[in-house]
Design a protein around this ligand. Structure first.
Ligand code: NAD
Length: 311
């Protein structure tokens, strides 16, 4: 496993990180003991960065992750969670300082740990970005001063909003998703301004939350139909050539050195084992060129997320 420095945090994170939304049953019903094994096998094979949120499975992911982490040495993994998002409607967002202070205590209790390495404001485009900058980030800094977290960051989909909030609040990290994968490399556009501040870069969803998989996107997936169709065509092309779109997708995302860690999620130990094995294998450049050609008409096609003014 390759390890990279997560910007100004100085943390050395595995190039592939474990995204724990899968433990909340976000993609399918899960078998808890299998999900716990997926975490253990990931750590055994060199992953040291785990990302979760109280939102995933409406607290279930943090609870299941807590069971997986029980008994492990606290300094043997780097743990990130989030605050501010607690459900799927606009009413389920709360970026107030008061909620931030309460939220982290709930997360720490669910996971059975004394601190997290990284606390992040979750999906900031659903809130008032000015509040995130002037209230949530200072609250997260207080959590750091209290020893409950070590670093603070922001997460979200629209890149302009994410970069602007990160720069204004001097965030330690950003977590972007669905913007560095086979069909979308828009994340590269904001990296120069963030590099100037040494902001740590976390990129999530190399499989586009299921778009780049044989199983395809789940029913709730917000991508426009033309994007879903092109990704399905790319997946079929790989299958027809005896190859795996999932493998190509994971290899492609992890190969970008400006991204410290790429978060992939699965509650299946076999899938996680495969994901880790794949990044040590050479990328099939011919297949990559063919898939890029199929995806060219939808390159960087995305979808709106959050408040209109943040898109
Ligand atoms: P992903 O692109 O990793 O796709 C996950 C889907 O792919 C799941 O259905 C999973 O079962 C499947 N999968 C994984 N490995 C596979 C394999 N080898 N073969 C076949 N299928 C496989 O997307 P994700 O789970 O959404 O993202 C990963 C993590 O990133 C999340 O768990 C979360 O921690 C983080 N994330 C954060 C945000 C945010 O903060 N706003 C948004 C998206 C993701």
């Amino acid at each position: 496993m390759e390890y990279r420095t997560l910007g100004k945090t100085g943390l050395r994170v595995s190039a592939l990180g474990f995204g724990a939304s899968s433990l909340g049953g976000v993609f399918r019903d899960i078998d808890e003991s299998e999900a716990i094994r997926a975490v253990h096998i990931s750590l055994d094979l060199g992953i040291n960065f785990i990302d979760v949120s109280p939102f995933y499975g409406l607290t279930k992911a943090e609870t299941v992750l807590g069971k997986a982490l029980r008994g492990l040495k606290r300094d043997s993994y780097i743990l990130a969670t989030k605050l501010g998002r607690y459900g799927s409607t606009l009413a389920d967002f709360d970026f107030s300082a008061a909620r931030a202070l309460k939220s982290i205590d709930e997360s720490l209790a669910r996971m059975g740990v004394d601190y997290v390495d990284l606390i992040q404001a979750h999906d900031i485009e659903f809130g008032d970005v000015n509040q995130v900058v002037t209230e949530t980030m200072p609250a997260m800094r207080k959590l750091i001063a209290a020893g409950k977290a070590r670093f603070a960051g922001v997460t979200g989909l629209p890149l302009k909003c994410l970069a602007s909030a990160a720069l204004q609040s001097d965030a330690d990290t950003i977590l972007s998703y669905c913007h560095y994968e086979l069909n979308d490399t828009a994340l590269l556009g904001i990296l120069p301004q963030l590099a100037a501040r040494n902001t740590g870069i976390i990129s999530a969803s190399p499989l586009g939350m299921g778009l780049l998989s044989v199983r395809g996107a789940p029913a709730w997936h917000p991508a426009p139909d033309l994007l879903k169709a092109a990704c399905a065509k790319a997946a079929a092309h790989c299958s027809a050539h005896g190859a795996s779109i999932e493998k190509l997708a994971v290899q492609f995302s992890v190969a970008q050195p400006q991204i410290a860690t790429t978060l992939v999620g699965s509650a299946s130990p076999t899938n996680m084992q495969r994901n880790i094995q794949w990044i040590n294998e050479p990328l099939d450049r011919t297949l990559l060129a063919q898939v890029m050609e199929i995806l060219k008409p939808v390159h960087d096609v995305t979808w709106p997320s959050g408040r209109p003014e943040n898109n």
